[in-house]
Ligand binder design. Structure first.
Ligand code: PRX
Length: 633
């Protein structure tokens, strides 16, 4: 890549001739223009590349906005395209998944042929547990191949999976199982994390006690330590595999394009986490297409999305997107710097990774260890890099570009959300890059930055980021709460999708994400709602009221800071602060542990009693408090 500055403003990185030569899509503008003129034709052409049991009668039905439908009347199953169709081609023997254990001693590889056998076997077992089309299954596992098998097995038989991130604890898990009314939970005896064991099965036991919908629990053996097994409810997966029903042949269920594929809980600005619903048809086309153009996957590539399968990034771009493209994916059980800061670079070298996709928080963490660690390894296999989850600061972008990509790998800074299901603002490999900007909307999409009244703001001015066009992988609703879906995303600016982010657009039409405009905190790329943290705090007997805010943090991006008003009879002390931090971690999971707890004797509130977190945030950073006309202290 050459760094020059003809037409575009600011610091721009242009693609090298080599990048352009290699890229499947050479002319971004031409494709963007075509898709702009007729987004439905663009998506229909992409959908034609996949197999359908029956084609659609209509690409998009927007007659009941915002309840959009895509590929109306079509029949398919995402697993048919992610696995079955590859078995008819040379890809049958191609590696689908390569996995390395945390201790680095075990490597497991699965061709598409083998993947099909594993998924079919698990699908047969799930069916035998009485799970039918449309039933919900909660998956709560570590980073092992079986988490992908479990998701695909559910999809294959038409069950709706609900993956809960393995870092969440009892209350979070229980709330999600209960809300989804799952019949079955699939878990492991435990997961390895930085040499320690995370007690997944014990957490499930606690959670399921209060979830009467759960009839069965399947337990995959991973760590090999003793866990209590409840007779008739809990079943070891390896025992089930020995049964005759657990054979490697299972028909893939014919699904309507609009049938639910999965729900995934994510935090919003208020109340309980929302169950975002995705479907078979549109989500399939969206993840397939975006991964194909943005990470430009070819058969000879080895691709690594270093996210956790428990988040949407793992759903779309570890499991479904890569398999829809017939790619070879790598999955690591270990974190990027365990046991040493070169773990990730050692794996890039060892597995010949060509495309690496990770979060800015991980990049910043690795950057802190210094260049000597990556420089110990041959990283010449890399050809494309990616970033996701939060804004990437230009300093981290440049380090990633120079030290890891050796100034030859374009960085795909992909902006998207659990709700969008697929990349929404992102470059493709030949697009000129500006460090810190995800560049422009993906084909067929238009974004805008609006002021409070819904008027587009001037260039380089901050405002609310909205999306103007429906897209195939869009969430269809909030499972069980369609009103909340309408209110949350479509009511502030009718007809436009409210992202919840604040952003700017520059004169070149490039978007710069500033951060969440609502009460959502992004800690190391994990999405947490202030309301959930506050209710965890208030559930402690010493706490009368609490407020949580996110403040900038060098590695995590944002860290959680809390303010607590004690009940009378309780005294502030460092011990109590520590107890409260632990209390939040126990209730929600270690990722939600606050950075600090400050005891206060009042909280800034509006006259109607709403906590003004904005004021707390400004005060904590020594910034002007802004408009405080509604403040009533
Ligand atoms: O604030 C944006 C931020 O992550 C939010 C979505 O979080 P979640 O649903 O957990 O999905 C994360 C993975 C897709 C967005 O509202 N975000 C995500 N990607 C970026 C980003 N912020 C800036 N740049 C990105 N590339």
């Amino acid at each position: 890549m050459s760094k020059s500055k003809p037409q575009l403003e600011g610091e721009v990185y242009y693609p090298s001739n080599e990048v352009v030569e290699q890229a499947r899509l050479k002319d971004w503008d031409e494709m963007a223009e075509k898709a702009r003129k007729d987004p439905q034709a663009f998506w229909a052409a992409e959908a034609e590349e996949l197999e359908w049991f029956k084609k659609w009668d209509q690409v998009l039905d927007d007659s009941k906005k915002p309840f959009f439908k895509w590929f109306v009347g079509a029949k398919t199953n995402i697993v048919h395209n992610a696995i079955d169709r590859h078995l008819k081609t040379y890809r049958k023997n191609k590696l689908a998944l390569v996995w390395e254990s945390e201790d680095g001693k075990t490597e497991r590889t699965f061709s598409y042929f083998l993947l099909n056998r594993e998924v079919s076997r698990m699908a047969n077992i799930i069916k035998a547990m009485g799970v039918n089309k449309g039933d919900r299954v909660t998956i709560y596992m570590g980073r092992i191949p079986e988490i992908a098998f479990a998701m695909l097995a559910c999809a294959k038989i038409g069950a709706i999976h609900s993956v809960v991130f393995g870092g969440f604890s009892v209350d979070a898990l229980q709330g999600r199982i209960d809300d989804s009314q799952s019949k079955l939970v699939i878990t492991c005896d435990g997961a390895f994390q930085n040499g320690k064991i995370v007690e997944l099965k014990r957490t499930v036991d606690e959670a399921v006690k209060r979830c009467p919908s759960v009839e069965n629990v399947i337990v995959v053996k991973r760590v090999g330590h003793e866990v209590p097994m409840e007779v008739s409810r809990d079943h070891w997966y390896h025992d089930l595999c020995a049964l005759p029903i657990a054979n490697g042949k299972c028909a893939t269920e014919v699904m309507d394009a609009e049938d639910p594929l999965y729900i995934l809980y994510t935090s919003g600005s208020t109340g309980r986490p929302k169950a975002i619903l995705h479907t078979h048809g549109g989500y399939m086309v969206g993840t397939y297409t975006t991964l194909k153009y943005v990470f430009d996957i070819n058969d000879e590539d080895r691709y690594w999305c270093a996210a956790d399968p428990g988040w949407v990034t793992g759903h779309s771009y570890i499991v479904y997107g890569p398999m829809l493209n017939g790619a070879t994916s790598f999955m690591s059980e270990a974190g990027p710097s365990y046991p040493y800061p070169n773990r990730i670079w050692q794996q890039v070298e060892r597995y010949g990774i060509r495309i690496l996709y990770m979060a800015p928080t991980a990049i910043r963490g690795l950057m802190r260890f210094g260049e000597a660690w990556p420089n110990k390894h041959d990283l010449s296999s890399l050809r494309l890099l990616g970033s996701v989850g939060e804004p990437i600061n230009p300093e981290a972008w440049k380090w990633y570009y120079r030290v890891i990509g050796k100034e030859k790998c374009p960085i795909m800074d992909t902006w998207w959300q659990t709700e969008t299901g697929m990349f929404m603002i992102t470059p493709t490999p030949t697009v000129p890059l500006k460090p810190g900007s995800g560049t422009r909307p993906f084909f067929g999409q238009e974004a805008e930055v609006l002021d409070e009244a819904g008027k587009p703001v001037a260039d380089d001015t901050e405002g609310y980021l909205v999306l103007k066009n429906p897209w195939p992988a869009m969430l269809r609703t909030i499972y069980g709460d369609p009103d909340r879906y309408v209110n949350q995303y479509w009511s502030k600016y009718p007809g436009k999708y409210l992202t919840g982010d604040s952003a700017k657009r520059d004169r070149d039409g490039y978007f710069w994400i500033i951060g969440r405009a609502d009460d959502v905190i992004k800690v190391s790329g994990h999405r947490l709602g202030t309301a959930e943290i506050e209710s965890a705090l208030v559930s402690h007997h010493a706490v009368a009221e609490a407020a949580a805010i996110g403040l900038p943090h060098e590695v995590k991006g944002q860290a959680i800071h809390t303010f607590v008003l004690l009940r009378s009879g309780f005294e502030a002390s460092p011990e109590l602060a520590e107890e409260l931090r632990q209390h939040v971690a126990t209730h929600m999971g270690p990722i939600a542990r606050p950075e600090d707890v400050k005891f206060v004797d009042k909280l800034p509130k509006t006259r109607s009693g709403k906590i003004m977190r904005r004021v707390l945030k400004a005060r904590a950073q020594g910034l002007p408090e802004g408009d405080v006309s509604t403040l009533d202290e």
